[in-house]
Design a protein around this ligand. Structure first.
Ligand SMILES: Nc1nc2c(c(=O)[nH]1)N[C@H]1C(S)=C(S)[C@@H](COP(=O)(O)O)O[C@H]1N2
Ligand SMILES: [Mo]
Length: 361
């Protein structure tokens, strides 16, 4: 184990703030990702540890009555719920975009900025209903306790989601992860979990919930985590705010570049649809996309999770470039090339998954 109780082979993109990606084999290990291998994405300093007894959450803004509860009180006063849900960072698979054109200041995350866990906590909707939502409310913002020096101007991390999503039963104020108290590096003692939305909206170390008429105006909602056109530069309000996760997939096994003997090879990977959609199909191709065969979908743990898949292909000696693409229940599929989705912050690389294998005699 290394810092923050993570396995030794995490792919560390930064130590301060701590950012670390899950290795493919740890995602391949099962439908749920172990806490000690779950990716960490942080923009600021992890707040000093506090226990649930004195960490206070306030609910304010467009509400009939303001609430203030410690995390322990939340557990006593609201029903405890569980959701299996996948978190996925909007920067997942950015390395494929960097290969097209450099993205200064953004780390080259591979396919492991994602993970699936069993989250436990109060339903946000129950808390909001207790506060009473005023009719002018449209968005619900979460403010974290971490100071983020990279933001312009420096500020605490914050983000918002539309009110309709905030009132959906799957959105949790989580205090537990995979049967353990929520680890501090993942937002303990309290974080939002917004299934189907980009990870950036699942704010960690929440201290304040603000019910608003307009989206949160902080840096991580108004400037970052927005999809810009290739010729734009980031500025407040520019581009499109990212919300629902986009359809995506990647290979998990074998590792990229593996050498293996000729014959049958089992390819394994994940696919995620995002939003309210689910995965309808995953195809793999061993000839660059001229012919495809369907992968076998494993059972989906819940409607808010990814779906693992596998496919058998027979490979002759030589170098092989395999590709995979997913389809969702809206009949969307993934674009072929990363060039077509390149953007200045390197978000949402939804292009085909690619895997190189070297097959020997
Ligand atoms: N307070 C706070 N919440 C945050 C962040 C952060 O930097 N600070 N990063 C966000 C981003 S970009 C992602 S992808 C997820 C990552 O959650 P994890 O570190 O538990 O995997 O947390 C989100 N919530
Ligand atoms: Mo993220």
């Amino acid at each position: 184990m290394t810092e923050h109780d993570k396995v030794d082979d995490m792919l560390v993109h930064g130590r301060e703030p701590f950012n670390a990606e899950t290795p493919r084999h740890a995602l391949d290990a099962g439908a749920l990702t172990a806490n000690e291998a779950f990716y960490v994405r942080g923009h600021g300093s992890i707040p000093a540890s506090r226990d649930a007894g004195d960490w206070k959450l306030t609910v304010s803004g467009l509400v009939e009555r303001e609430l203030e509860h410690t995390v322990s009180e939340l557990g006593e006063w609201f029903d405890v719920a569980e959701e299996l849900a996948t978190l996925q960072c909007a920067g997942n698979r950015r390395s494929g975009l960097i290969e097209v054109r450099d993205i200064p200041g953004e780390a080259p995350w591979g396919p492991g900025a994602t993970g699936t866990a069993r989250w436990r906590g109060a339903r946000l909707a129950d808390v909001l209903r207790t506060a009473g939502i005023l009719s002018s409310a449209r968005h619900v913002a979460f403010e974290g306790a971490d100071d983020c020096p990279e933001a312009e101007p420096p500020q605490r991390y914050g983000a918002s989601i539309p009110l309709a999503k905030a009132l959906a039963p799957e959105v949790l104020l989580a205090t537990g992860m995979n049967g353990e108290p929520l680890p501090r590096v993942h937002g303990g003692p309290l974080r939002a979990v917004v299934p189907g939305f980009i990870g950036a909206r699942s704010v960690k170390w929440i201290r304040r919930i603000e019910v608003r008429a307009v989206p949160w105006d902080g840096y991580y909602q108004a400037t970052a985590y927005r999809l810009l056109a290739p010729d734009e530069t980031p500025a407040p309000g520019r581009g499109q705010p990212l919300g629902e996760v986009a359809l995506n997939a990647d290979f998990l096994a074998p590792e990229d570049g593996t050498r293996l003997p000729a014959g049958e090879v089992e390819l394994r990977g994940y696919a995620i649809a995002g939003g309210e959609r689910t995965i309808a199909r995953v195809d793999v191709s061993a000839d660059g996309g001229r012919t495809w065969r369907q992968a076998e979908l494993r059972e989906q743990p819940s409607r808010w999770t990814w779906q693992l898949w596998r496919a058998l292909v027979t490979l002759a000696p030589g170098e092989h470039a395999l590709v995979a693409r997913a389809w969702d229940t809206s009949a969307n599929t993934q674009p072929e090339r990363a060039e077509t989705v390149w953007n200045p912050k390197g978000y949402v690389n939804s292009s085909w998954a690619r895997l190189r294998l070297v097959v020997t005699e």
